[in-house]
Design a protein around this ligand. Structure first.
Ligand code: NAD
Length: 383
């Protein structure tokens, strides 16, 4: 069986981490299935390499291929200064309607963490990617747009808004909330996870954050009635595999530190998701090993969550771990779980062996620093 993966090399350390990382993914597939399955890699151009070869940072041919793709995988992309795009990443998300940003957060043995029991963290964050204050509807103080909007709010709706305010709009739709929560619950069902927690700030923002919570419970009750129950139903002795919880965002930050073992899948709005994913990544030892995927209904677009790290580019110093773990997510996504498990086990073994790239060596007492390519080779040897 073959699966086509469209890949974008990316800028900065992109070439370094791909060169070290892709052979590990291919080796894991080979080891798990002995030639019976294979990833077929097809390169697409974007970023600096695309500009050099075509004069365009995001060629139409790349967008056309991605529009028809099911699996894609990108390295980090620089935001071109003075170019035609605000950000290539944001453009890709918008054009391809990649509405769910998914980040699994787990601990790898041996890494120093600021908390006592980082090993209790095993959460998967589903962050809504298209709505909320990230929708880009924002007007600076004193601009005609802000003044017009404030006049409308004051005169038509009786809202008490200072006329010097900058104004941002926070749209949260039933459809946008529901498709995100639906995806999170579907994942919990498919992967045998025990809870989905809706994280919101609905006590204050009742009709946006509070509505997200209500839409989430509605999806659970109407579409997953056989698999889910509320915390109240669970307390009353209910016996269904998944508990739907909800937590107010500030409380979630506390309980994530104090009782991480009680939380499994998190479904949340865009801004909350941004904060909580970095906080949880820090809890397990930083962003260095943080994989991710952005998904539409059709396309799963994997990416390491770090940027282009220009200071490390071409120096064989970058950590390819985030790209390799994103690859393990891809393998699990297509059901090649044996290969994904091999990668996770190899990562545990390699980090425990304390021969790691410089960013990890800084966090592991007594570790030896090795290069990006050597770290990839060691991982492959530990599969
Ligand atoms: P960054 O992730 O590039 O760097 C932050 C810090 O982490 C730096 O100290 C860097 O050296 C280190 N670091 C990052 N990845 C590493 C790795 N694999 N191994 C070892 N160390 C690593 O973030 P930044 O400095 O905020 O952004 C730099 C550029 O990257 C910007 O142009 C930004 O637009 C772009 N960026 C792209 C993406 C993406 O494509 N998804 C994400 C974030 C930033």
């Amino acid at each position: 069986m073959e699966k086509t993966v469209y890949w974008i090399e990316g800028d900065g350390i992109g070439p370094d981490v791909w060169k070290a990382g892709r052979p590990v993914l291919d080796a894991a597939v080979e080891k798990a299935y002995g030639g019976g399955r294979k990833l077929v890699w097809k390169e697409l151009l974007a970023g600096g390499k695309a500009f050099k070869e075509t004069g365009d940072y995001l060629p139409q041919a790349t967008l056309d291929a991605l529009a028809g793709a099911e699996l894609a995988f990108k390295g980090p992309l620089a935001t071109p200064v003075g170019g035609g795009f605000r950000s290539l990443n944001v453009t890709l998300r918008q054009v391809l309607d990649l509405y769910a940003c998914i980040r699994p957060i787990r601990y790898f043995k041996g890494i120093e963490s600021p908390v006592k029991r980082p090993d209790l963290v095993d959460m998967v964050i589903y962050r809504e990617n298209t709505e909320d204050v990230y929708a880009g509807i924002e007007y600076a103080t004193g601009t005609p747009e802000a003044k017009k909007l404030i006049a409308f709010l004051r005169d038509e709706l009786g809202a008490n808004v200072d006329e010097t305010a900058g104004i941002g709009i926070k749209p949260i739709t039933p459809a946008g909330s529901k498709r995100l929560v639906r995806k999170a619950i579907r994942f919990a069902v498919d992967s045998g996870r025990s809870s989905v927690t809706l994280v919101h700030k609905g006590n204050i923002m009742k009709y946006t954050e509070g509505a997200f919570r209500a839409f989430g419970y509605e999806v659970a009750a109407t579409e997953f009635a056989d698999q889910t129950m509320t915390e109240e139903e669970a307390a009353a002795g209910g016996k269904k595999p998944i508990v739907i919880k909800d937590r107010i965002a500030d409380n979630m930050f506390q309980v994530a530190l104090m009782r991480p073992q009680d939380y499994s899948v998190i479904a949340t709005t865009n801004l909350n998701g941004d904060y909580i994913s970095d906080a949880l990544a820090a809890q397990v030892g930083g962003l260095g090993l943080a994989p991710g995927v952005n998904m539409s209904e059709k396309l799963a677009f994997f990416e390491p969550t770090h940027g282009i790290a220009p200071a490390l580019a071409g120096k064989d110093k970058a950590n390819p771990g985030s790209l390799i773990l994103s690859g393990a997510m891809l393998l699990a996504h297509i059901g090649w779980n044996e290969a994904a498990s091999l990668i996770h086990d190899a990562m545990d073994k390699t980090i425990s062996g304390k021969k790691v790239t410089v960013d990890l060596a800084d966090q592991i007492p007594g570790a030896t620093t090795i290069g990006c390519a050597a770290f990839g080779e060691l991982l492959a040897a530990n599969l």
